[in-house]
Design a protein around this ligand. Sequence first.
Ligand code: FES
Length: 423
Amino acid sequence: MSVVDQSFRQPLLKVDPSRGHFKVARSVFVDPKIREMELERIFANCWLYLGHESELPKPNDFLTRTVGGRPLLFLRDREGKVRAYLNICPHRGATVCRESRGNAKSFTCIFHGWTFGANGKLLDQPGKECFAPNFNDDESANLTPVPKLDEYRGFWFFNLNPKADPLHDYLAGAKDYIDKVVDQSEKGMRIIGGTQEYSIRANWKMMAENSIDIYHGPALHPTYIDYLQNTTGATAPLDGLGGYAYDLGNGHGVAEYLGPWGRPVARWIPLWGEGGKREIDAIRARLEKRFGPERAKRLADNSFNLLIFPNLVINDIVSITIRTFEPVSPNYMTVTAQCIGPKEESGALLERRISNFLEFLGPAGFATPDDIEAIETAQHSFGAHSGWNDVSKGMPLEKQGWMDEGPIRAFWSEWNRRMTAAE
Ligand code: FES
């Protein structure tokens, strides 16, 4: 079966179940027209992750982000309500708030000095007497709120399409994995420390694939696997530990598995000593009391790599990383990564979490530089030679092994559905 829309004049996916083939045209990684269509058909119609509730702990806290190509102002107003606006001045388009974060009761645009409240309303204009008294009766001079804003268990998302399905429907099976993160805490989760920001000379979809591509682990990250085996006492090869990969609906996908590493909540390894064992055992006991032994074991032991379509990754591995990527141009993306953990965690447990966050998925960690090198070589090839990428591994099987490429196919199927949908 060739999946094609006439507006592209060429097939973008080739799917042949009889041969177990699933292939993606390499042009989708380099074509500027594809990126323009993605901004409209995907990023202007999907729920996009904006931030975590813990990033706005107090009234009047704000932060600015660019998501899906749109500059945004994300804040908590003085009554405690979370709001989000386009960070674009309704006067003549300048950026209203130029700080990345802070606490403010109002925002004054640098260009001509219009001032807006945290409720988005225009409060003042230099030369106000020169404007008609009813100038803003239609509220067109207020900040523009995002059409839809909602949260799931502290994770805030927005949607530029006012007719979009509700967030909870959109998240589909991914909700179970957000639950798996949030249930680790008795007092709620919080973003820990600052934000890692880096860029990759490659198309944003390469990072979507890479984040749920477990297949590449043993070949691309042998140094880390050696390190794990030397420091954790793990004897099983990484690909012998087992797990499954799931299509979670709506383009979301996950690989859930047992890793050889320790987890601050709550899987002990000998490297952490007897003191660490007592702490971890106590956390496990509390998890069992709250959720029963089966769910507690899953929360404590199982790692996962989750992609929420199109550009949010939650990796609950040796630490929990929240990662997003921005499609700056067909050949260039920016990436942000944050560490999240239980509010009640402190001392050695917190130190282990932060160290794990930096050690594996940090921009100078054991994994990310390898990933970036591989991704950038592939992007270079796409510009030099058109053809097809293969993501067929595990296609004939009913139940996907954890190193199969089923979640990547889920991403591409949804991408294709949205890109080829009727106007
Ligand atoms: S563009 Fe903002 S006040 Fe003029």
